[in-house]
Ligand binder design. Structure first.
Ligand code: ADP
Ligand code: MG
Length: 325
């Protein structure tokens, strides 16, 4: 099977494309036509074998995750997915692997009406780079895109879903932890099949003041939002420690706190909203079918503080993943 046969067999599909895709796979360029009154939101994410996933990971889960992490970026800016490109470097044309990868990829793509419109295929170490394109409304000349920079002192901080489970699974798969079979299954699902919060992102337009998705861990990611918004934050330790879905006796509160703050790969949304907008926030969560938790608030004092129920600041500085640290 040659390069073009591979593309045709596994990645080129007939019909069902998002109407914004004016021209898909097959020419030198694809053509994308955003609707009038919208602007394009664009994001790329690369997954490298050995760094972002284990070489023997289920290819179907990998296909899902490669697109999920990109859709999560669109979710964070409140964009509606339209299309994506796929640049793929493969050590060999393994048909079972390709079929599984394409299955996972297209199941998620179809669920979001996001069309594969082009890409590149080369031989090399396994490496997957996806670029997604989404659209955000522009109303009266103003973009409705959600940014990291809109947080205001006094706003409350919220997260969607559960946090810390992906890190828990990673530590178990690396042999650093032993988990019961049930717990490992819950955590592993979160690591290998994250759910991008696409509907929530769009529901938060006009409500959230600052939004980002959590990919490297809450503590580090939140610092980016704080920096962009020019403020600090106070987080409630007891609330954070209750965020992992996988909970059992082997994990005390401190361990759960560390997973939540320092973990990564959660692909949940972190956002700020005015304190008076709790009902609107909760309604957005219900409409999107995802639970939301209030974890703290934005303050004028710079930096990140994690406090116990008495308001005492917990010691320790909280960091998260950095590829070059
Ligand atoms: P070019 O050499 O002009 O860059 P290619 O020969 O690499 O184009 O690719 C042929 C067509 O197949 C192009 O339309 C390209 O976008 C598409 N394509 C290549 N690889 C992929 C892939 N992995 N997924 C989707 N489309 C792809
Ligand atoms: Mg090429």
């Amino acid at each position: 099977m040659g390069e073009f046969e591979l593309i045709r067999r596994y990645f080129q599909r007939v019909g069902g494309a998002n109407p914004a895709v004016a021209l898909g796979i097959g020419d030198d360029c694809a053509l994308l036509q955003p609707a009038p009154g919208t602007q394009l939101a664009i994001s790329s994410d690369m997954l490298v074998v050995g760094h972002h996933f284990f070489p023997d990971v289920d290819p179907e889960a990998l296909g899902h995750k490669a697109l999920a992490v990109n859709l999560s970026d669109l979710a964070a800016c409140g964009a509606r997915p339209l299309a994506f490109t796929l640049a793929l470097s493969l050590p060999r044309a393994d048909e079972a692997w390709l079929a599984g990868f394409a299955r996972g990829l297209f199941a998620l793509a179809d669920a979001h009406n996001c069309t594969l419109m082009g890409g590149d295929t080369t031989r090399g170490p396994l490496n997957i780079c996806i670029t997604v394109f989404g659209e955000v409304p522009v109303v009266n000349g103003r973009s409705l895109a959600l940014l990291r920079s809109g947080g205001q002192v006094g706003d409350e901080l919220w997260v969607s879903g559960t946090l810390g489970d992906a890190r828990l699974a990673l530590e178990a798969l690396q042999g650093k932890r032993t988990l019961s079979a049930e717990l490992l299954q819950v955590a592993r699902q979160r690591l290998e099949r994250p759910t991008p919060r696409v509907a929530l992102g769009q529901a938060l337009r006009g409500i959230a003041t600052a939004v980002m998705d959590l990919s490297d861990g809450l503590a580090g990611d939140l610092r980016h939002l704080l920096q962009a918004s020019g403020c600090g934050a106070r987080l409630d330790a007891a609330v954070l420690a209750a965020l992992p879905a996988a909970r059992d006796a082997s994990l005390d509160e401190a361990a759960r706190l560390a997973l939540v703050l320092g973990g990564g790969d959660d692909y949940e949304l972190l956002f700020s909203a005015p304190a008076g907008q709790q009902a609107e926030v909760q309604a957005a969560g219900r409409a999107a079918g995802v639970p939301l938790t209030r974890i703290g608030r934005l303050e004028a004092e710079p930096g990140l503080r994690v406090v116990d129920t008495q308001g005492r600041e917990l010691p320790g500085h909280y960091t998260s993943y950095d590829h070059f640290a």
